[in-house]
Design a protein around this ligand. Sequence first.
Ligand code: SF4
Length: 249
Amino acid sequence: MSQTERNVKKQDLTLELLGFPKTIFKKIRECSKIAESAHKDISYLWIRVSKDSEKANRKKQGDGLNLNDWLNVVDEAVSAGANWLVLTIQVPLDQMEETIEICRWAQNTYNMKVGLFLCRENITTSEIKVLGSLKKELTQIFVKKKAFEKFKKLKEMGLFLGIADPQEYGDKPNCEGASKLLYVDNEGSIYTCGLVVGMKNYKLGNIYDRKFQEIVKDPSLPHTVDEKIHKVSEGCDGCPSLLMRYLKK
Ligand code: SF4
């Protein structure tokens, strides 16, 4: 039995305690194989969670957010090399139970680090409680510079707290590059990165009709951003490719 399989066995119990159905255990074993055979093309899966997310998914699938589809997105990202799941969150944490389950899945199944960029100016007690259900050592919270003081209580709780907008707008981004990440917006559309969200010529596909592995390996798709528009803007806030550069400094 490999080390990964042993870890997965231990995680079975944790997941049972967290309320995951038993049928999911078979999937976890398949996941250990995904992690072992992963390519190293990308490092980060970056997802935007907004108020419209649930509405958009309902429209696509007929019956609301399909947790299993999103877990598959995480699996695919891992098989493309991702070891970070980063979420830009515009919804109160206590109103996004399924998204938190996706985070727990990523941490418990793949030992992925989870970064949460909280787009707001404060945090409530019940949201702090939700954060407590994630693995502290695998969780990093990011907030805008101007809101940092209001979130200091998270630091006191032993959580990592970082700045989501470390570079001035208008500068050339000091990032690891867009080719290191896959960005998924609230409708499941995949983009080169956060800077070009909404630009048709930078859309790489949709989670419902294209596999990450195909996208990463398709040379006809734009895996970088044109120099002419390569300037830090609000779209770069919370970008893992940018934040990791600053964290390494
Ligand atoms: S969002 Fe901005 S910082 Fe991130 S990869 Fe794109 S250009 Fe670089």
